[in-house]
Design a binder for this molecule. Sequence first.
Ligand code: GCO
Ligand code: MG
Length: 404
Amino acid sequence: MADRIESADVIVASPGRNYVTIRITTSDGLVGLGDATVNGRELAVASYLRDHVAPILIGRDPNAIEDTWQYLYRGVYWRRGPISMAAIGGVDMALWDILGKRTHQPVYQLLGGRVRQWLTTYRHAFGWDLPSLLDQVDRHLADGCTHVRVQSGVPGLDTVYGVSRTASYEPAGRAARPSEERWDAERYIATVPAVLAAVREHVGDEIGLLHDAHHRLNPNQAARLARAVEPVGLYWLEDVTPAEDQAALEFVRAHTTTPLAIGEVFNTVWDCQRLIENRLIDYIRCAVVHAGGISHARTIFTLAQVHGVQAAPHGPSDVSPITLAASIHLGIATHNAAIQEYMGYPDLVHEAFPHAWTFSSGHLEPGEAPGLGVDLDEDVLRAHPYTAAYLPVARRLDGTLTDW
Ligand code: GCO
Ligand code: MG
């Protein structure tokens, strides 16, 4: 008898931070893993999977990856959105993992094989002041990294996106409700260009410098910032305006030659079709999990290739090492994949998800294990149950709620 999906179970655990994992088992005993984490809304996607997806997966052909994607996407009528697309993304990754194990091939091979030897990454460096920022930048460069995203404190603000009070950066706070931060875009714009210029001066011209504005500027502020940093020669300026306002990028684009990157909150090709077709961005940054898995991220990256836009998938620590694996396999096989974000993980995360992919000297490599090459250590996961954690919300100085 042909292989069938026998079970699909969902594991929510918090080895240092919360992750949602779907594990699909086939009638011939193969097991595939997928990541379905949505930071701060983990239980919603777990319920979507447990209550609505797992029951209808049972009995389906695990090899029918594209048909299952269409079945879960078109078959639901209520399409798109981060929860359903992350759920589909998790299932899709697990099915590619199974196909790799069945055929004894790493997934990148099934996607057409290598187009490069490694994936170049960028790391995240932050500091409340310039000396501590330069210190983190230097540490990444000493590790062999060639690209660094730099985020700095802003005088007068106690909290800023990407800058932490602790040694590593983790925005989600473990608490029953989100913390509240204060934000002032004009103070930020007044600070950042000089900081970036000082970092450029420090590292020289060869290093790729990136900066993330985290969707917090209006089009005019974004254009002013992008122009002001032109002399720095950024590799990219990320998320300058709220991502849902595709027309905003038209205005920014018209005023600057600074390369623009956006997309970590997009879920489908329809969220960025206009940006890509009109060449309003240089890099499309969807996360493989939040954009419906390997199958749909590939659709987005293929459209981008047609229009000269490069792919640069999101890779924060709030996507699990399974998404990172999927991203590496896809990136190593995708001609227009430019760079992969690698925020890194606490040690416990590496223990909970033993993986064949490796990171060294600023490079990620997929390894040669069949499938995605990621496992679960169930003892570690059991010992660290889900704990409510939320991303902060932000208010302007006068109390108006704004984009975090
Ligand atoms: C990035 C992102 C993240 C997000 C996080 C939210 O570029 O890595 O902006 O740091 O804030 O993924 O959950
Ligand atoms: Mg970002």
